[in-house]
Design a protein around this ligand. Structure first.
Ligand code: NZQ
Ligand code: ZN
Length: 391
């Protein structure tokens, strides 16, 4: 196990009707004027936004609103949010929605107190200072409710890039599983896939003797394997949604990733797909992961064989561990397909002729040096082959 620091100071308030505590929590964490940030309207239609406003009113906390965050959130609205917060002297950004809304909120919170262009953070500058952020989560997926990360797409060039810093870890996150019951099945499944991806990206490690995190990841993947189909079969299954929601947080606040190197090649490769085609990030991952795993399997075949046995119940073939490893990858692919996720470019809406463009932006775009690295380092040729495996 490698040395690490783990700092995860978010207060999680979990369960039914917990959104009614929004005002009280903003007050507890020092907010005196709030920006309520939200997406394309699901929180308006469900009545959640009104309940949140009522909770702020009850505590006499003034607020301004900015809706319109798109899935795969864009830089344009972030600039708008920064201007609005400065003009209105906002000191607390409250995200009401999914990962996209939370990430846009984090970008605004970091940008308001920064003199330069907020995009600097998405080109590698660490976020050291930000307004306080709180979240009310409506989809179990990205894990942004407990993570120090934010992913934004710069409209000029359509670069989808991540930034990070403990300053944007939410001060509090309200997790009410019942709020996720209005999700369309496809979004629920995309969320399940993203959560499983966050676990796999940590499982694929070059560190040794990381039994505790290996076992935590396996437990969460087994939970997702059990609860995923239950929630697809019955969208109103509160208990299944509750387990998935907490697994989604655990998968990405890094309690499962400490002390070990991590992969993230699947995420990096997928981000070009959701940037170009505006597909759901989880759906892009469903197509990307089996290809990346198959391509990189030989780097440590026993890691994949271990996942196959412990998670997918495959029988270990000690003479040919690569057979077991492949079976595990196939079982994962079939699972994702069974919950309604796409298996290939066509089902995702991606095009083979775009592969050179995808590889160019992936490996060279926005200052990259021709390769990406994680569990293994992949150059342009490798990435071309991986995208071709998805066709
Ligand atoms: O915009 P609205 O109208 O709210 O609709 C959203 C959106 O269309 C809808 N939705 C959300 N909750 C709903 C609902 N519809 C009905 N009922 C509800 N309760 O679902 C759609 C997707 O929402 P979005 O916020 O985009 O989903 P998700 O949470 O999957 O976020 C995806 C974004 O997070 C990034 C992804 O790249 C992508 O841009 N990620 C962020 C990470 C982080 N910050 O740590 C890590 C992840 O790996 C990921 O990259
Ligand atoms: Zn993800």
């Amino acid at each position: 196990m490698e040395n690490f620091e783990f700092y995860s100071p978010t207060c999680f308030v979990f369960g039914k009707d917990t959104e009614s505590k929004a005002g009280e929590l903003v007050k507890r964490f020092g907010g005196s004027k709030v920006l309520i940030h939200y997406g394309g309207g699901s929180v308006v239609r469900s009545g959640l936004l009104d309940r949140v406003k009522a909770s702020l009113d009850k505590e006499n906390i003034p607020y301004v609103e900015l809706g319109g965050v798109k899935p795969n959130p864009r830089s344009g609205l972030v600039y708008e949010g920064i201007d609005l917060c400065r003009k209105e002297n906002v000191d607390f950004v409250l995200a009401v929605g999914g990962g996209s809304t939370i990430d846009s909120s984090k970008a605004i919170a970091a940008g308001v107190v920064y003199d330069g262009d907020f995009w600097d953070f998405y080109q590698g500058k660490r976020i050291e200072k930000a307004l306080s952020v709180g979240t009310i989560l409506t989809i179990a997926a990205a894990g942004s409710e407990g993570s120090p990360d934010t992913v934004i797409t710069k409209e000029e060039g359509m670069f989808k890039r991540g930034a990070s810093g403990d300053a944007v870890r939410p001060k509090f996150s309200i997790l009410n599983p019942a709020l996720t019951q209005t999700l369309p099945a496809y979004q629920t499944a995309a969320g399940i896939t993203d959560i499983m991806a966050h676990l796999y990206e940590r499982y694929l490690t070059n560190s040794t003797d990381v039994e505790v995190t290996d076992r935590l990841i396996e437990a969460l993947l087994l939970t997702m394997k059990h609860e995923g189909p239950r929630v697809i079969a019955d969208p109103n299954n509160y208990e299944a949604r509750a387990n998935i929601m907490w697994a989604g947080m655990m998968a990405h606040n890094n309690s499962c990733g400490v002390g070990r190197s991590q992969d993230w090649n699947s995420h990096t490769i997928e981000h070009e797909l959701s940037a170009l085609y505006d597909c759901a990030h989880g759906a892009g991952l469903a197509v990307t992961m089996p290809a990346v795993f198959t391509y990189t399997m030989d780097h440590n075949v026993m890691r994949f064989a271990q996942a196959a046995v412990r998670i997918w119940g495959c029988q270990m073939d000690f003479e040919h561990p690569e057979v077991t490893a492949k079976e595990g990858i196939e079982a994962f692919r079939n699972f994702l397909s069974s919950i309604g996720m796409p298996k290939n470019f066509e089902e995702l809406g991606a095009k083979e002729e775009d592969i050179p463009k995808l590889v160019e932006v992936l490996c060279r775009g926005d200052g990259r040096d021709g390769s990406i690295s994680g569990f293994v380092t992949l150059n342009e040729d490798d990435c071309t082959k991986i995208y071709k495996m998805m066709v």
